[in-house]
Design a protein around this ligand. Structure first.
Ligand code: ZN
Length: 253
């Protein structure tokens, strides 16, 4: 079984299409696991949701999905984010609203648990510190956890001394081992690790390395793709979305 792991698509259709095509080229996938923030910031919330409805999809809600549904107080959003959330809410069809409203905050897709932020605060917490990782691991009932929200790709492995953050390198295949892992695939639609290329991951349940290393836990890998940033930016301009949101796509911040 192969799962395509996406997070923080943020209504960037060109980025999403590039990721889907790249994942297809790399052997395809049986299901899409989505870690929240499908909409907001980007210019094509409806078309992104429509495209994803064509695939088997397991998804959790993100804070921006809730903002677009008017289920989250946007008083603490910065002005650009608030403008975008209000614009996004007006673009959603009844079908889009029903789809987003159906996403839970946490979902188990064994052997993974999917959540946008963290298991302590699914919509709010950026899981970026050992303390936050310890807290989520204490609540985790599966071997592995997938998170988004920070838009920063990483691996976090539970060692004897506690969780340790590690680089989730591009184009490397990581065999899952007996330890518990927290994994962030990075963002499809608005990367923030100073690389503007969409980032995503693939989980394969196929064991690697043959019987000799005894690994039957499957693998994860992360990839990046190029897409037409200027095209997305032009659509944002036409939609009247804030200039700051348009500019940041160039820099991956
Ligand atoms: Zn996000």
């Amino acid at each position: 079984m192969r799962a395509l792991i996406l997070s923080d698509v943020h209504a960037n259709l060109a980025a999403l299409e590039a990721v889907l095509a790249d994942a297809d080229r790399r052997g395809g996938f049986d299901v899409i696991w989505c870690l929240g923030d499908l909409v907001d910031y980007g210019p094509e919330p409806g078309p992104c949701l429509e495209l994803l409805r064509r695939f088997p999809l397991v998804a959790v809600a993100g804070n921006h999905d809730h903002a677009a549904l008017n289920q989250l107080d946007i008083a603490d959003f910065n002005p650009d984010a608030a403008t975008s959330a209000i614009w996004t809410a007006r673009q959603l069809s009844p079908e889009d609203v029903a789809m987003l409203s159906g996403f839970p905050l946490v979902v188990v897709a064994a052997p993974f648990t999917l959540v946008h932020g963290s298991l302590r605060a699914p919509l709010r917490e950026y899981l970026l510190s050992p303390e936050a990782a310890v807290n989520t691991l204490a609540r985790l009932t599966t071997p592995y956890c997938l998170v988004g929200h920070s838009h920063l790709p990483f691996l976090c492995l539970e060692n004897r001394n506690g969780p340790e953050f590690a680089l989730f390198a591009e184009d490397e295949i990581y065999p899952l081992d007996g330890r518990r892992w927290i994994i962030n695939p990075g963002s499809v639609g608005q990367p923030r690790d100073h690389d503007p290329r969409p980032s995503y991951a693939i989980y394969s349940s196929e064991p690697t390395g043959g019987a000799s290393n005894g690994n039957g836990n499957g693998t994860v890998e992360r990839h990046r793709v190029e897409y037409d940033i200027a095209d997305t930016q032009e659509k944002m301009r036409r939609a009247g979305l804030p200039q700051g949101l348009i500019d940041r796509l160039d820099y991956g911040v």
